[in-house]
Design a protein around this ligand. Structure first.
Ligand code: ADP
Length: 328
């Protein structure tokens, strides 16, 4: 049955991603436009459990669209896995009359929202906020574009040094379960090879190709490795094997780490965050519940929260061929 929402809460949960602020801004301002009261819940589900909830005004989200991180902070909340914790959270919402929720986060946060909503009948709308782009059902997630552009900028700089010294660099980028950041940044920086969790690492062929390039005096090579690379366990391990097999190569390792999470969101991330945030509120008003907002072929899609699963993408052979042919 449709239940009219009057007061909504918004929170960011799980790993932060650039563009979360743009999404919060869109939720707050769309809500206020429609005459709703909007509340910001601090530190993800923790703020719901611990009653850290603040009233948001249009001005509360001024000057944040360009900022990375999240003004509402984010956290992982153990209590929310337990019924008692969720009940406490519900009571805190109820005493303020909050009757709808927007949850910005990854698949874990969506699972939490789904469980909560099933138990307490508060409609929840998810917004996919993750740099890994590993959620099935949407072409984009908030933060991926920024993260991959940060990686590209860093790898371009590493290439200068690789070129100056004729060195091979093995560069680790983020992506524990998904190789999107590695794939996109690797292609965009002309990497010799890209190692991702979705594909078996063929070290024999990599070494063969490097040895052949060594003969041709092509010594500047970049190998981009996703942190979730499974066969060896990351950039350092891959570099160790290459060093052992090709002792003449100067091999260096660079792990990009957390620089990929922060920073000012790209125009693209600000756009999708604004669009998704706007549609999240309109969805609540229209009576949708327990779905997350995705974009597929430039159209809004509403996917049940319980279908939000980490996507192991099938990397098309086309991309891998392009990598191989263009890096010769
Ligand atoms: P992400 O949203 O980035 O995938 P997590 O998997 O860490 O991040 O989930 C964020 C938070 O969502 C958890 O700390 C927890 O509070 C809540 N959560 C995740 N899964 C569940 C679940 N099955 N039941 C209840 N809460 C959950």
């Amino acid at each position: 049955m449709k239940q009219k929402v009057t007061r909504i809460g918004v929170l960011s949960s799980g790993g932060d991603s650039p563009g979360m602020n743009a999404a919060i801004r869109a939720v707050v301002r769309t809500g206020i436009y429609h005459g709703l009261e909007v509340f910001g819940i601090m530190r993800g589900f923790s703020g719901m459990v611990e009653d850290e909830i603040v009233k948001m005004e249009s001005r509360s989200v001024a000057n944040i669209i360009q900022r990375g991180g999240t003004i509402l902070k984010t956290a992982r909340c153990k209590e929310f896995f337990e019924y008692e914790g969720r009940k406490k959270a519900y009571e805190n919402l109820k005493k303020r009359g909050i009757d709808g929720l927007v949850v910005i986060g990854g698949d874990g946060s969506f699972r939490g929202a789904q469980t909560f909503s099933n138990e307490f009948d508060i409609p929840c709308i998810g917004l996919p906020g993750t740099i890994d782009k590993d959620i099935a059902g949407t072409d984009f997630t908030i933060g991926f574009d920024t993260a991959v552009n940060t990686a590209v900028e860093a790898i371009d700089k590493i290439r200068d040094t690789a070129d100056a010294h004729d060195r091979l660099f093995v560069i680790e980028v983020m992506g524990r379960d998904a190789g999107y950041i590695a794939l996109h940044s690797g292609i965009a920086t002309g990497a010799e090879n890209i190692l991702i969790p979705e594909k078996k690492t063929d070290i024999i062929n990599i070494v063969k190709s490097l040895a052949e390039k060594e003969k041709r005096k092509k010594l500047v090579n970049l190998i981009v490795v996703a942190e979730g690379e499974e066969d060896f366990g990351g950039a350092q391990e891959v570099a160790n094997v290459i060093k052992e097999k090709l002792p003449n190569q100067e091999v260096r390792v660079c792990i990009l780490g957390h620089i990929q999470r922060g920073g000012s969101p790209t125009c693209f991330d600000r756009l999708i965050a604004s669009r998704m945030g706007f549609h999240a509120v309109e969805s609540l008003i229209e009576g949708r519940h327990n779905v997350f907002v995705g974009i597929v072929n430039n159209k809004m899609h509403y996917i049940p929260l319980n279908e939000a699963v980490k996507k192991k993408q099938r990397i098309s052979e086309e991309w891998m061929r392009i990598v191989k042919i263009l890096s010769t």
